[in-house]
Ligand binder design. Structure first.
Ligand SMILES: NC(=O)C1=CN([C@@H]2O[C@H](COP(=O)(O)OP(=O)(O)OC[C@H]3O[C@@H](n4cnc5c(N)ncnc54)[C@H](O)[C@@H]3O)[C@@H](O)[C@H]2O)C=CC1
Ligand SMILES: N[C@@H](CC=O)C(=O)O
Ligand code: NA
Length: 445
């Protein structure tokens, strides 16, 4: 029998050290074992977990770790002699996660991480460390979990000029908004469900205050526009102030409410913002519900594309981590930000006052003559043009002091954020405006 002339020499197994054995870390161990043969065939070599580190050695994670070295600290794992590649699955932009990744890269160990906070905040610096060491730093799981968003931008769209990127990037918020829309249930109760399902971050305010979406948006924008974005310059607003009333009114007016990350390349810089948006209910993104994420990209040549999938949870996130490990096993390394690190300058995003768009404004007003005239006068004085207005008499309420209150919803034409904020400030001060107004941006999506 003759051996095939194209059969490559067998490669030694790739030895993986896993720092962090929570939802994602335990999921990676399970996936590598359950699909070991398939992964071996696709990577051209075996992928084996040789060392792990976590806070609690005794916890049952549903995986057998008896033949795996235990490291008391993740930094020890980063330089362990039986580890070729480090998977950092601890989380957090600072502390043990940052130290583990830095130490591994400095010791010429390739790193795979799911840590969006770390990459969004320290990604430019870590890219330089990785490049100086000549090893890959991969983070497919950091953006939109199981959706191959990073690969799509860095590899699939490498030839195109990207004009806009973003989408629904947080599973927890999309889950909360979907369940609120469908059931009218309370925000806090739904958040507790998302935590039980393993979707939420260790501190769930990172999810509901829009920070997690902003981490992912900053990473996508950095890849799409060839320059890491200074994270502190991203405009961020979360979903805490979205009330059941807004979801009801949005539905009546033909919209859904979604937390979106939106980044655009303008001639004078990059716009990067995260906030709840009204999106037309027939837009594809409005149909993306539950824990599902959607990444939307617009390229000059490719046009518009949307990728939808599970953005959080054990299985989807582990799939993305393992895809990066397979790339490393195959020897295919991509530049961290899609460009050589020595040519990287960080970009400061444009200020919020430069945004333009349409707005939804919900007011609770005293139901008496002249109130609408006062409000529209403020809008007129600020150059904000009204598109439509609805007074919701069915939600009429008599307050203990006898005041008749009624919700009033205004939709504007396209206007400038600075003008809208100025008008909002003056409207909130009118005596007939009873509670704090709710302002939500409208996005064609
Ligand atoms: N859960 C999800 O659906 C997704 C999570 N991610 C990211 O993946 C990373 C891990 O997330 P989860 O698995 O959900 O977190 P988790 O909280 O379930 O697990 C964290 C693990 O890190 C370990 N750890 C914490 N501090 C440590 C320390 N000082 N030394 C050693 N180990 C330590 C904990 O013991 C635990 O095993 C985070 O960066 C998160 O943002 C990314 C995409 C989706
Ligand atoms: N907490 C995140 C998890 C994945 O990044 C989310 O809810 O999307
Ligand atoms: Na991904």
């Amino acid at each position: 029998m003759t051996s095939s002339p194209c059969r490559p020499a067998p490669k030694p197994p790739l030895r993986i050290g896993i720092a962090g054995l929570g939802t994602v870390g335990a999921g990676v161990v399970k996936l590598l074992r359950e699909n070991a043969d398939l992964i071996h065939a696709r990577a051209g070599r075996e992928l084996v977990v040789t060392a792990v580190s976590a806070r609690d050695r005794t916890r049952d994670r549903g995986v057998d770790l008896s033949n795996v070295a235990w490291c008391d600290t993740p930094e020890e794992l980063a330089t362990h002699p039986d580890v070729d590649v480090v998977a950092e699955l601890i989380g957090g932009a600072e502390g043990p996660a940052r130290l583990t990744v830095t130490r591994a890269l400095e010791n010429r160990r390739p790193v795979v991480t799911a840590n969006k906070a770390l990459i969004a905040i320290h990604g430019a610096e870590l890219a330089c460390t990785a490049q100086a060491a000549g090893v890959p730093l991969m983070f497919e799981a950091a953006v939109a979990g199981g959706i191959p968003a990073i690969k799509t931008v860095r590899e699939g769209l490498a030839a195109d000029r990207i004009l806009k990127i973003g989408g629904i990037l947080n599973g927890t918020c999309n889950y909360i908004l979907t369940v609120m829309h469908e059931t009218g249930r309370d925000f806090a109760e739904i958040l507790a469900d998302a935590q039980k399902l393993g979707y939420a971050e260790a501190d769930p305010s990172t999810d509901v205050d829009g920070i997690d979406t902003a981490h992912k948006l900053a990473i996508l924008a950095g890849l799409a526009f060839g320059r890491p974005v200074v994270f502190a310059s991203v405009y961020i607003e979360g979903i805490r102030r979205i009330g059941a009333l807004d979801l009801q009114f949005a539905r009546k007016m033909g919209y859904r409410i979604k937390l979106l990350g939106i980044a655009r390349q303008h001639e004078n810089g990059i716009e990067a913002r995260v906030h709840p948006c009204l999106v037309p209910q027939d837009a594809p993104i409005a149909q993306v519900n539950g824990v599902f994420n959607a990444v939307v990209v617009e390229g000059a040549f490719v046009g518009r594309l949307m990728l939808e999938g599970r953005g959080a949870g054990e299985g989807p996130t582990a799939t993305a981590v393992c895809a990066d490990l397979i790339d490393i096993a195959r020897g295919s390394a991509m530049p961290v930000w899609g460009c050589a690190a020595d040519s990287l300058m960080q970009a400061v995003a444009l200020p919020a006052k430069s945004f333009t768009g349409e707005y939804y404004l919900r007011l609770n007003v005293e139901d008496r003559p002249g109130v609408i005239a006062d409000i529209t006068a403020v809008l007129r004085d600020n150059g904000v043009s009204l598109r439509s207005m609805l007074q919701h008499a069915d939600a009429h309420d008599v307050r203990p002091d006898g005041t008749h209150a009624v919700p009033l919803v205004l939709l504007t034409h396209r206007t400038n954020e600075a003008a809208m904020q100025h008008a909002l400030h003056h409207i909130a001060e009118l005596p007939a405006v009873l509670d704090e107004p709710a302002l939500i941006r409208i996005e064609a999506a």
